[in-house]
Design a protein around this ligand. Structure first.
Ligand SMILES: [Zn+2]
Length: 378
């Protein structure tokens, strides 16, 4: 019987064609008509390639999502991917045309993360074609709004994660490595209210919100501690009305990154309860966790070690793992089920003009995923 690796190696050209079809259906997050169109196409592809059932999940504001179901069993494994991109409609004709140069494919969203979708679809296709029975149900979620922070898909992703024994995220690999840790993200809005006064006539009556803001910025940035991976960044500020007025109001947007939930528990109260440095100035902070951390728990490490072993034994390469400060939908699933991220395309240039993937890695990574699905459903 033909093995998974050989079967997929023979599918490289077909996978590339499928990638092209998905990439040519451009899907900017905010273009509902375009993303709906691609959702329809992916739903058809899923049924055709896997023999499973795909449902369109209607979405009022953003593009519709797609939920594919393959196989059956008591337990569930979740495959996660998004089909929206940061590119605009028409970019494929000018800025980032789809093109193939030797072993590299360029185009909008090839790396982040349409290549990963193709790999996921073909992993299931391979299991089906080779009659590899897996005794778990695989749910494959294709979402439309990840590049915006998944406002309409977060709930759906969390609900499916709760029902799953593990989650495989098809976001791009990081220099070929899987992602076994992603930082959690906190977002806050700092508002400061002082008292206005004429800067020349009676400045002593004023309480400068901008001065207070300056002190707060210094304090906040000093909360950064690289030794534990905690970073705080005030990324946007505004305040005041005009040059000769002591500023009554000022505000700032704060980005917090941490490695663990325990660190969130420690630092969020500090940020939410900032004392004022100037008497009688009002300081308020709103906000909180935007994405929980994907922590490298023992269960995550075990999943990675399984993948590493499979890569070595069947594909002859050393799979590496990395951590990143950037978030993905894997952050949402991590609190509910062990999550292995970065199982998608190998390449680079996400969100950049040279976005590309390595074509010959598509069947390889797809095989890795198929082997992994088989292994964890034993
Ligand atoms: Zn992505």
């Amino acid at each position: 019987m033909q093995g998974i690796v050989e079967f997929l190696t023979g599918k490289q050209q077909e996978m590339l064609q499928t990638l092209q079809q998905i990439v040519e259906r451009e899907s900017p997050t905010l273009d509902k008509e375009a993303t709906d169109h691609l959702a329809e196409f992916i739903s058809g592809l899923f049924e055709e390639l896997t023999g499973g059932k795909a449902d369109i999940i209607p979405n009022g504001e953003y593009g519709n999502h797609v939920r594919g179901e393959y196989g059956n069993g008591e337990d569930q494994i979740l495959l996660l991917g998004h089909f929206d991109t940061v590119w605009q409609k028409g970019d494929i004709h000018q800025k980032v045309p789809f093109r193939v140069v030797d072993d590299i494919a360029y185009g909008p969203g090839v790396f982040d993360m349409k290549g990963g979708l193709v790999q996921g679809l073909y992993a299931l296709h391979t299991l089906k074609e080779l009659n590899e029975t897996i005794n778990k149900k695989v749910v494959f979620l294709f979402t439309s709004d990840e590049e915006l922070g998944s406002p309409s898909s977060q709930r759906l992703i969390e609900e499916e994660a709760k029902k799953s024994s593990c989650v495989f995220v098809l976001e791009p690999a990081l220099e070929g490595a899987l992602k076994t840790a992603r930082k959690g993200v906190g977002i806050f809005k700092l508002r400061i209210k002082g008292r206005a006064a004429h800067a020349g006539v009676e400045p002593e009556k004023g309480l400068s919100a901008i001065l207070e803001l300056g002190k707060q910025i210094v304090y906040l940035h000093e909360l950064t501690d690289y030794s534990i991976g905690t970073t705080v960044n005030v990324g946007k500020v505004s305040g005041g009305t005009t040059v000769n007025v002591i500023a009554e109001e000022a505000e700032a947007d704060i980005d917090l990154r941490v490695k663990t939930q325990a660190e969130f528990d420690r630092i969020i109260p500090i940020i939410k309860n900032l004392p004022s440095h100037i008497n009688d100035v009002e300081v308020t902070v709103e906000g909180g966790v935007n994405r929980p951390p994907l922590e490298r728990t023992e269960a995550v490490a075990a999943l990675f070690n399984t993948a590493k072993k499979l890569a070595k034994e069947h594909l002859g390469f050393s799979l590496l793992e990395k951590e990143t400060g950037g978030g993905s939908d894997g952050n949402f699933t991590a609190p509910f089920a062990p999550t292995l991220d970065g199982l998608g395309a190998v390449g680079s240039g996400a969100h950049a003009l040279d976005e590309h993937l390595i074509i010959s890695e598509m069947p390889r990574r797809s095989a890795l995923l198929a082997l992994l699905l088989k292994e964890v459903s034993k």
